[in-house]
Design a protein around this ligand. Structure first.
Ligand code: NAD
Length: 531
C-alpha cells in the first residue's frame, strides 16, 4: 500500500528522516494488509535533536511566552484537532483496528483536553505565607519544570497524547511525545497543526518502540516523564529515571478492575454496562471491569442478560470492518495481542467454566468473540493478570465483606464499579475499595475535569483536572526578610553625607544643651564656673 500519510519524525516543527535509519512495519489487524514498512524509528541522535529543540523553546519562544498567548495557541490547536478528528482517527484505525467511531471520539476528547488546559494556562497562581512566629514572609511560586516527555500505549494514542502534552504546555513546559509503535500515525499527522499554532520545538513527536522509549526515560536533559502502558514497562521507566537524572515520573499502568453487583442492583443496567465496557475498543481499555463479582442469587439472570447484550451487538452487524462508521467492535490491535488473548482463552477453559464465546471470530483478521468464564480458580492467571481484550470472569459472593475482599485481592488498583440501589452501601463500599476511581451504577470513564490514575501497581500520578496540571509544575519558595527602608532611594555617598549632617546637628544640639546646663549651674552658684 502506498504511503498516504506521514511516517517520518516531527522535530522543531519539521518532519525529518530519522538519523538512526531504522524503520518499522505496521500491518492492518483487520485483514493483514501492509499499512507501511517505512515508519521511521528515532535513535539517540534523533532524541538529542528533539531535546535540543524542546530546550530552546522552553528557554525562549514558548516558556517565556505570556500565558494568555499560550492559551490562545492551545485553543487554536484544539479547534484544528476537532475539525480533523475523523481523518486523524482513520490513521489509528488503519494501524490498530479499533472502530473509527471510537478513535474519532478519542480525537474529540483530545481536542477538549487542549481546550480545558488552555483555559488554565493563565490561571496558575502561587500563594503567600504571612509572617508568623515560626518564620518570615514567604512567596510560593509555581513554575514549569522544563522539557517533559510522554510515552503512550496504543489503545487511544489521541487521548494519551493530550493527557500528557496539554497540561505540560499550559504550565509553560515543552514536550516530546512518543506514541506506541502500534498506533503512531494519527498523532504523527498532527505536525502541520502543531506548526500552525506553536513555536518550533514546543511539541516534538518521535516514533519508535521500547528502545526509543528507553532513550527518553534515560535522557539527562528531560526533567519529567509521563508513561502509559503495562506495569512491567512502568517498572523499567522508573528504573531508567533513577539511573539517569532522577527525572520526575508519573505512571498510568494496567488494571484488573472489579465490578461488584449486589443483590439489589438493576440487573439489566449492570449487564448492559458490563457488555459496553467489555466491547468498547474490543476490551482494550485500562479501566475495563474484567472481574465481575455478583451476588449468588442473581448470577444466572445476569449471565443471561449479558449474553443478550453481546448478541444484540452482533445482530446489528456492529462487529467487523473498523473503518465502517456503523462498526462498534473491531479486531484486536496486532498479532501479539491476538495471540496473548487466545492464550488466556485456553487458560480460562482449563481453570474455569466457559459460558459465552471462547474462540477467534471468523477466519480473516484478528477478531475474537466476547468471552465470559465463571467459577475460575482464584489463583488462575486469567483471574489475576490483565488480558486487555473482551474477556471477563464472573464469580459469585454471599456477603458484602466477601465481595470487598475479592475485589481488593489484586496487585492492581485502577478502577472499580459498584451496582446497587443503596447509595449508603455504595459510599460505604467505595471507602473500602483500593482503587484510584470508582463508578457507581456505571463503568468508569475518565472525564476532563477529574483526576484519573491508579493506586498499588496501577501506578501513581494523575491525569485530567487540576491534579493533571500540578504534575507539570514545581514550587519555588522565596523568603523575604523585612528591613528598614529609607524614604527615598539614595546612593551610598548620599547616605554618608546624611550621616555627617546628622552628626553635625547632634553635636550642635548637645553643645547647646551643655552650654545651657553650664549657664544654669553658673547662675545657681553665683556666677562661678564649677565644671
Ligand atoms: P507497553 O508497556 O508494552 O508499551 C507502552 C509504551 O511503552 C509503548 O509506547 C512502548 O513502545 C513503550 N515501551 C516498551 N518498552 C519500553 C521500554 N523498555 N522503555 C521505554 N518505553 C518502552 O504497553 P502496551 O501494550 O502498549 O499497552 C497496554 C497497557 O497499557 C495495558 O497494561 C493497559 O492497561 C495500559 N494502559 C493504561 C492506561 C491508564 O491510564 N492507566 C491507559 C491505557 C493503557
Amino acid at each position: 500500500m502506498a504511503s498516504t500519510f506521514e511516517t517520518r519524525i516531527f522535530i522543531n516543527n519539521e518532519y525529518v528522516e530519522a538519523k538512526s535509519k531504522d524503520v518499522f512495519t505496521i500491518h492492518s489487524p483487520a485483514d493483514g494488509t501492509l499499512i507501511s514498512d517505512q515508519v521511521h524509528s528515532a535513535g539517540e541522535q534523533d532524541i538529542d535533536a528533539a531535546v535540543d529543540a524542546a530546550q530552546k523553546a522552553f528557554k525562549g519562544s514558548w516558556g517565556r511566552q505570556d500565558p494568555i498567548e499560550r492559551a490562545k495557541a492551545m485553543f487554536k490547536f484544539a479547534d484544528l484537532i476537532r475539525e480533523k478528528a475523523q481523518d486523524l482517527a482513520r490513521l489509528d484505525t488503519l494501524a490498530m483496528g479499533s472502530a473509527i467511531s471510537t478513535q474519532t471520539m478519542g480525537y474529540r476528547i483530545a481536542a477538549d483536553l487542549f481546550t480545558y488546559y488552555a483555559g488554565l494556562a493563565d490561571k496558575i497562581h502561587g500563594e503567600a505565607i504571612y509572617p508568623t512566629s515560626t518564620g518570615p514572609y514567604k512567596i510560593v511560586q509555581r513554575e514549569p519544570i522544563g522539557v517533559c516527555a510522554g510515552i503512550g500505549a496504543w489503545n487511544v494514542s489521541s487521548i494519551l497524547f493530550a493527557w500528557k502534552v496539554a497540561p505540560a504546555l499550559a504550565a509553560g513546559n515543552t514536550s516530546i511525545f512518543k506514541p506506541s509503535e502500534k498506533a503512531p500515525l494519527g498523532v504523527l499527522a498532527l505536525g502541520p497543526m502543531i506548526k500552525e499554532c506553536f513555536p518550533p520545538g514546543t511539541i516534538n513527536i518521535v516514533n519508535g518502540a521500547g528502545k526509543t522509549g528507553a532513550l527518553l526515560a534515560s535522557h539527562m536533559q528531560i526533567r519529567q516523564i509521563a508513561f502509559t502502558g503495562s506495569t512491567a514497562t512502568g517498572r523499567k521507566i522508573q528504573e531508567y529515571a533513577a539511573k539517569s537524572n532522577l527525572k520526575r515520573v508519573s505512571l498510568e499502568l494496567g488494571g484488573k478492575s472489579p465490578s461488584i453487583i449486589f443483590e439489589d442492583a438493576d440487573v439489566d443496567l449492570a449487564a448492559a454496562k458490563t457488555a459496553e465496557s467489555t466491547l468498547m475498543n474490543t476490551g482494550q481499555i485500562c479501566a475495563m471491569a474484567s472481574r465481575v463479582y455478583i451476588h449468588e442469587t442473581i448470577a444466572d439472570d445476569f449471565i443471561l442478560r449479558l449474553k443478550k447484550a453481546f448478541d444484540a451487538v452482533d445482530q446489528r452487524n456492529a462487529i467487523g470492518d473498523p473503518l465502517a462508521e456503523t462498526t462498534e467492535v473491531g479486531p484486536l490491535a496486532d498479532q501479539a495481542q491476538f495471540d496473548r488473548v487466545l492464550s488466556f482463552l485456553e487458560i480460562g477453559k482449563t481453570d474455569g467454566e466457559l459460558v459465552i464465546g471462547g474462540a477467534r471470530r471468523g477466519q480473516t483478521g484478528l477478531f475474537v468473540q466476547p468471552t465470559v468464564f465463571k467459577n475460575v480458580a482464584r489463583d488462575s492467571r486469567i483471574a489475576k493478570e490483565e488480558v486487555f481484550g473482551p474477556v471477563i470472569t464472573v464469580q459469585v459472593f454471599q456477603t458484602e465483606e466477601e465481595a470487598i475482599k475479592l475485589a481488593n485481592d489484586t496487585v492492581y488498583g485502577l478502577s472499580a464499579c459498584l451496582y446497587t440501589k443503596s447509595i449508603a452501601r455504595a459510599l460505604r463500599v467505595s471507602r473500602e475499595i483500593e482503587t484510584g476511581s470508582i463508578a457507581i451504577n456505571d463503568w468508569y470513564f475518565p472525564s476532563l475535569g477529574a483526576p484519573f490514575g491508579g493506586v498499588k501497581q496501577s501506578g501513581y500520578g494523575r491525569e485530567g483536572g487540576m491534579e493533571g496540571l500540578n504534575d507539570y509544575l514545581q514550587t519555588k519558595t522565596i523568603q523575604i526578610k523585612e528591613v528598614a527602608v529609607l524614604p527615598n532611594k539614595r546612593s551610598r555617598a548620599d547616605c554618608q553625607r546624611n550621616q555627617h549632617q546628622y552628626y553635625l546637628v547632634m553635636k550642635s544640639i548637645l553643645r547647646s544643651t551643655f552650654d545651657g546646663n553650664v549657664r544654669k549651674r553658673r547662675a545657681s552658684v553665683g556666677g562661678q564656673l564649677v565644671s
